[in-house]
Ligand binder design. Sequence first.
Ligand code: SF4
Ligand code: SF4
Length: 141
Amino acid sequence: MKITTMLGDVLRSLLRPNSTQQYPAERQPDPERLRGKLVWNGEKCTGCALCVKECPALAIELITLDKAAKRFVMRYHIYRCTFCAQCVENCRFGCLQMSNTDWELAAADKSAFTVYYGKEHDIEMARSAQAASTKPEPAEG
Ligand code: SF4
Ligand code: SF4
């Protein structure tokens, strides 16, 4: 490259306004179709588990507490999710959505990467059942 061409490029760059965004100080509106955190609304959930079967990343689990009473809890592993929206497409009851406003998902604490959805007391039951099933066996002798 000729030195004059290079100097011309440098001058042009110096005179051009910044094209980088000063995130997070400056924020653009969230794009409408952005795929952020998966959100589950269990009101119409039938427990068919199609969303779980179709998830290529094994990122969601449906915990059935009482199928007849439609008591389910969804466990969402954000760290596995590829944000493909396959689960959203497959739910015939519109229970799943990808938030376009909740997408800043970095966290220092790993517990933030597993999210429970459902009624509060159902979540408590599901958590206690999980804790009991993962409790280490007492040492023999
Ligand atoms: S596909 Fe929809 S209705 Fe079926 S278990 Fe998933 S969220 Fe519930
Ligand atoms: S968005 Fe894709 S990877 Fe994430 S939970 Fe749904 S199906 Fe699984």
